[in-house]
Design a protein around this ligand. Structure first.
Ligand code: ATP
Ligand code: MG
Length: 236
């Protein structure tokens, strides 16, 4: 059985339906991207999985747990974490303090310090800034803090909503390189991304969401060569 299994999920806001019976499977160890235009419902889908939006129908099962019956605050304890937007890091706390906050589900201080060493390995630029207030970092480094904080809890799966937003191309490439390393080491990744060309370089599979339904899905290389994707999302 897939690690994440979303079936016939419908959701929206008050009388507006955003997602219309969408189904999605993510296998353990896979990197999957959700692509699509503004307003398609990509963030709404992640919010449903994170427990922030209640579906009107359908099911979401993660690692055997029915997420529609789990409170949002308890979902990270299942080791499924949505990386918050970088602007939600603690600007006045140091980089190290921000990361340690993410490690609170780990049992002991020594385990947290060990995990911190692993985070430095993924994001060497952060180690150099470990004592600096997170608010003084560049946008790319703040994004690394947000991701690093999520990784501190040793999640099985992380979800990111447009991690490239507002970052320079070189920084985005570095960030995605690190995400791919994490996946190669066993992490499962679900990423919503508008930088379609970048996302398709590192994910295994992708799905295209348009007005609340998946209109296309396939391997990254299938989608890179798909005419609709080329015309609408890659501009070639
Ligand atoms: N809190 C909300 N209340 C009411 N409507 C909302 C709310 N959040 C989003 N919507 C609407 O739901 C639809 C889907 O929004 P969503 O944010 O899921 O799209 P998206 O695919 O993430 O778009 P973007 O690429 O702009 O981030 C849009 O029409 C949006 O206006
Ligand atoms: Mg969005």
């Amino acid at each position: 059985m897939a690690l994440l299994n979303v079936e016939n999920l419908s959701a929206g806001y008050e009388q507006v339906t955003v997602l219309r019976e969408v189904s999605l499977k993510v296998e353990a160890g896979e990197a999957v991207a959700i692509l699509g235009p503004n307003g398609a419902g990509k963030s709404t889908l992640l919010r449903c999985i994170s427990g922030l939006v209640a579906p009107t129908s359908g099911s979401i099962v993660f690692d055997g747990h029915d997420l529609t019956k789990v409170e949002a605050h308890a979902i990270p304890h299942l080791r499924l974490i949505q990386v918050p937007e970088a602007r939600h890091i603690f600007a006045g706390l140091s980089v190290t303090e921000n990361l340690l906050v993410g490690g609170t589900p780990l049992a002991s201080r020594s385990e947290r310090m060990e995990r911190l060493e692993e985070i430095w390995r993924y994001f060497p630029a952060l180690r150099q800034k470990s004592g600096a207030a997170a608010g003084t970092l560049s946008g790319g480094q703040q994004q690394m803090v947000a991701i690093g904080r999520a990784l501190m809890a040793k999640p099985r799966m992380v979800m990111l909503d447009e991690p490239s937003l507002g970052l320079a191309p070189l920084v985005v490439r570095e960030l995605y390189g690190t995400l791919r390393t994490l996946v190669d080491e066993g992490l499962t990744l679900l990423v919503v991304e508008q930088d379609v060309s970048m996302a398709l370089k590192i994910v295994d599979r992708a799905l295209v969401l348009e007005t609340g339904v998946f209109v296309l899905s396939g391997s990254a290389s299938e989608l890179r060569h798909n005419d609709h994707v080329k015309q609408v999302y890659l501009g070639i």
